[in-house]
Design a protein around this ligand. Structure first.
Ligand SMILES: Cc1cc2nc3c(=O)[nH]c(=O)nc-3n(C[C@H](O)[C@H](O)[C@H](O)COP(=O)(O)OP(=O)(O)OC[C@H]3O[C@@H](n4cnc5c(N)ncnc54)[C@H](O)[C@@H]3O)c2cc1C
Length: 533
């Protein structure tokens, strides 16, 4: 073993998948020193996710990536579920002409390596972030009494690397070593199915209509969706009668593609791989200075297209918390609210994905016929909207506030014809947005200083100028909530909403109490039993 290479970081991130890279980018943009250790020689390349929801798109917008990613996406307008005969069971309408709450189409199709490349490039532009590929993390040990941790990795050529960090985040995927080292238990929901995933590039790209199709055929449940512009993604369920060998072969892929009119003569088989989908969730997301995010914390079947979206939300949720804790502006118990909020929401995503799987993966013809009869009235009722997002769990939210935990609206603001998305105008982060007056005028000097210290800024919607509510969207939103001021967190959730004189003060004061109070409501009851981590 050759000499160790040393590194010093505020945060060490294990795994340079999309979640690890996004977290590194968000922390790097806030000025923190980040070391990312990645086992593979190249940091990106496996096409898995193809679906991005509006909230994930907003997170990527705030990370500075959507200008480059959006032209490489295909907006989902229609998603048809049909049975073996082609009879519709369910139409889902992407309503592409109406942006969702986050200011992006509800549902967008993309190619995961495009996102990973953009993330890697953006991370590469951060002076404080170093990504070391070819580094397989073996252990994490307590540091030398200074509260830091020491991460050991096997590097290229047998070199041993060592990174000292104040916090370690395992973004190391489904088989997470960090999760195991931290002793974080996982609840397995015992849903499992094996599917052949096939990506093809037709020689003559055409937009499919409907764009996305779910074939609920007991003879072969199949997903046929966009894989981003110019690509099609097929997913074929493995059946009990399939031969034990060869199901994952290119020959099988072509055989199953043939009914779709795709052959080696008119398409390129870009990738084919067998995946066993599971449904698992960590019971706790943190053990002392070790945390997990992304697939390291949760796995779900891909039927709702939420695995990566959830991981991106983890990174957004964790980044601002680590930022405050590293800056000494909040106690480390703030990080317990990360798992409390994320766990409840992710559990709902997993349950929903499993329910979809139970509808799609019916293999008994009689049960499939019964399912089809149940769905007939739903299909007859016409296109249905996409389901809404499940709520966050209890966390860093204004107590007793019905708006707290909702996504802040991102509409366009500014002069008609030149209006831009809200976060592009405000710059995101901690934002007080007032519909009637400048919330800054409301804040007592000391609270205003504290607010500015965490990077908080105040914006009034105005009858003209950059924050002009030219579409009236904010007027309607504030009126429906019967509030005139909202406090938006850096992950775009509302900390709270208030109305009348003193609204901004009430919101910032509640945030100050929540962040600086000794006992955060969500503090981990096991904290006292923590060991050296
Ligand atoms: C077929 C399929 C379709 C999917 N479709 C969708 C979809 O449409 N929408 C959606 O939102 N999600 C989807 N998902 C889920 C999505 O792809 C994953 O949730 C996402 O890629 C997870 O990202 P991650 O960064 O958490 O983990 P990963 O991408 O798995 O990255 C983990 C990284 O950690 C590295 N690593 C592991 N151990 C170590 C170690 N000891 N030391 C150093 N590095 C290590 C690995 O090499 C890897 O690069 C799909 C998944 C599959 C399989």
């Amino acid at each position: 073993m050759s000499t160790a290479t040393e590194g010093d970081a505020d945060v060490a991130i294990v795994g340079a998948g999309p979640v690890g890279l996004l977290l590194a980018l968000l922390l790097g943009r806030r000025g923190w020193r980040v070391e990312v250790l990645e086992r593979q020689a190249a940091a990106f390349g496996r096409p898995r996710a193809v679906h991005l929801d509006h909230e994930a798109a907003r997170i990527l917008q705030n990370a500075g990536l959507m200008d480059d990613l959006a032209p490489r996406t295909e907006v989902m307008d229609s998603y048809l579920w049909r049975n073996a005969d082609g009879t519709p069971l369910l139409w889902l309408d992407g309503t592409p002409e109406v942006p969702a709450t986050s200011g992006w189409p509800a549902s967008t199709m993309f190619h995961q390596p495009d996102l990973e490349r953009l993330l890697a490039e953006a991370v590469g532009r951060q002076p404080g972030v170093r990504v070391r590929t070819g580094h397989d993390v073996q252990s994490v040990m307590p540091g030398e009494g200074d509260g830091s941790l020491s991460v050991q990795a096997d590097g290229p050529g047998g070199a041993r690397a060592q990174v000292r960090a104040r916090w370690v985040v395992g973004c190391d995927g489904a088989d997470s070593r960090v999760r195991a080292l931290a002793g974080l238990d996982v609840t397995d929901l015992h849903y499992q199915a094996e599917w052949l995933i096939v990506d093809v590039v037709p020689a003559e790209p055409a937009r499919w209509s409907p764009l996305n199709i779910q074939v609920c055929d007991p003879a072969r449940p199949t997903t046929a969706v966009s894989g981003g512009p110019g690509r099609r993604r097929f997913e074929f369920m493995r059946l009990p009668g399939d031969p034990p060998d060869g199901f994952g072969s290119a020959a099988t892929a072509w055989r199953l593609l043939e009914p779709w009119g795709l052959t080696p003569a008119n398409a390129v088989l870009e990738r084919h791989a067998l995946y066993t989908f599971g449904a698992r969730l960590v019971d706790r997301w943190r053990h002392g200075r070790l945390l997990v995010a992304g697939d390291a914390a949760h796995q779900m079947p891909p039927f709702a297209g939420q695995g990566l979206c959830s991981g991106l939300r983890d990174a957004a949720s964790l980044a601002w918390r680590l930022d405050l804790v590293l800056a000494g502006r909040a106690p480390d118990s703030l990080l317990d609210s990360y798992g409390a909020e994320r766990g409840a929401q992710v559990r709902a995503e997993i349950d929903f994905s499993v329910e979809l799987g139970k509808i799609i993966c019916v293999l008994d013809p009689a049960a499939a016929a019964a399912r089809d009869r149940d769905f007939a009235p739903i299909a007859e009722a016409g296109p249905a909207p996409l389901p809404g997002r499940p709520p966050l769990g209890t966390g860093l939210l204004r107590p007793g506030d019905p708006q707290a935990g909702q996504l802040a609206l991102q509409a366009r603001v500014g002069p008609p014809g030149a209006a831009r998305r809200l976060d592009d105008v405000t710059g995101g982060g901690w934002v007080l947005l007032g519909s009637l007056a400048d919330p800054a005028g409301d804040l007592p000097a000391e609270l205003a200083r504290w607010w500015a210290g965490i990077g908080g800024r105040c914006f009034p919607l105005t009858p003209d100028g950059a924050l002009q509510d030219s579409t009236g969207a904010y007027g309607r939103w504030f009126a429906a909530a019967e509030r005139d001021t909202v406090l938006i967190r850096p992950d775009s959730y509302l900390f709270g909403a208030a109305a009348g004189t003193g609204a901004a003060t009430a919101l910032v004061d509640a945030l100050h109490t929540a962040l600086t109070g000794a006992d955060l409501e969500t503090a981990d009851p096991e904290a006292e039993r923590r060991d050296v981590w």
